[in-house]
Design a protein. Structure first.
Length: 123
């Protein structure tokens, strides 16, 4: 995390991405976010106002059934609590490499999220 903290401070925006495992985002992302506490404890504003987008993948065909909705709520709540500007979540069923590229709706949603992040940076 010592290498990541300066990058978090310097970032103009973030995109958090994770597969959904057993009704929430991955342990690796959870561990990283939990480690933000060390930075947040000393710099409560480290993500204040910074735009943050989320990308989630899951194998089921439905956000609720897959448990992805729990991941969305958890990440959105965390980001709101620390004062980041939650820009939204792109999500969808992806079981194999290349599945996203085969889904025009997911690709369009990803492009729109990228556009929202870019517009937020121009404000």
């Amino acid at each position: 995390m010592q290498e990541i903290y300066p990058k978090l401070l310097a970032a103009d925006a973030l995109i958090l991405a994770s597969p959904v495992y057993f009704y929430n985002y991955s342990a690796q992302l959870k561990c990283c976010i939990d480690r933000w506490y060390g930075l947040w404890n000393n710099r409560r504003d480290f993500l204040r106002g910074k735009p943050v987008g989320v990308i989630l993948t899951y194998e089921d065909t439905n956000l609720e059934i897959s448990g992805g909705i729990n991941a969305v709520h958890s990440l959105e709540s965390t980001l709101n609590y620390i004062g980041a500007e939650y820009m939204g979540c792109v999500h969808g069923p992806m079981a194999a490499v290349g599945d996203a590229a085969k889904n025009p709706e997911i690709m369009e949603n990803a492009a729109q999220l990228g556009q929202k992040l870019a517009e937020a940076l121009l404000k």
